[in-house]
Design a protein around this ligand. Structure first.
Ligand code: COA
Length: 146
């Protein structure tokens, strides 16, 4: 399994979007709009790729974007359903955090779905907002100092 960065607007990005649709959107009956995807051009995109079968597949993905000069936002964290619970989410988050730190950010912020809060807490994130709704689901903002 390899953790790597891919580029917006490429076939690799399309492959990551397909994974995100399946994990983050279709279960909620939602789709990405072309405006939402075009709006990700200024973001960095990371994937976990598995080449074991000889045909590389993406198992997980996440995005990183500047929130303010010292703060990066991690968003769209998705692990393929059949690969969840095996440490992949943690590895991907740690990779994204390393990338953020190397880029000079001092902390990370994210919005967590209610059921994912214990996952992020295990990685050292703390809640810094009240509940709010996104994609029809309760969320809280969480942060971690790098
Ligand atoms: C949430 C998600 C990213 C976690 O990734 P994962 O690969 O399943 O998690 P990991 O196996 O790396 O778990 C790391 C640790 O968090 C714990 N954990 C993971 N999900 C958890 C949950 N929902 N509740 C409590 N603990 C959880 C694991 O038990 C593990 O603990 P350990 O280190 O003590 O063994 C993944 O399940 C996922 O993509 N879910 C669907 C999409 C989603 O909700 N994304 C997040 C949107 S905010």
């Amino acid at each position: 399994m390899e953790l790597k960065e891919i580029q917006h607007g490429t076939a690799d990005y399309d492959k990551a979007i397909q994974l995100r649709r399946e994990v983050l959107r279709w279960p909620l009956g939602l789709e990405y709009t072309s405006e939402q995807l075009a709006g990700e051009a200024n973001q960095r995109h990371f994937v976990a790729e598995c080449g074991e079968t000889g045909k590389p597949e993406y198992l997980a993905s996440a995005c990183l974007v500047e929130e303010e000069p010292s703060v990066a936002r991690i968003r769209q964290v998705a692990v393929r359903q059949d690969c969840q619970g095996r440490g992949l989410g943690r590895e991907l988050m740690e990779f994204a955090e390393r990338q953020a730190k190397e880029a000079g950010y001092e902390s990370v912020i994210l919005c967590s779905r209610h059921y994912a809060i214990p996952f992020y807490e295990k990685l050292g994130y703390v809640c810094v907002s009240d509940w709010f709704e996104e994609v029809g689901m309760p969320h809280r903002s969480m942060t971690k100092t790098l």
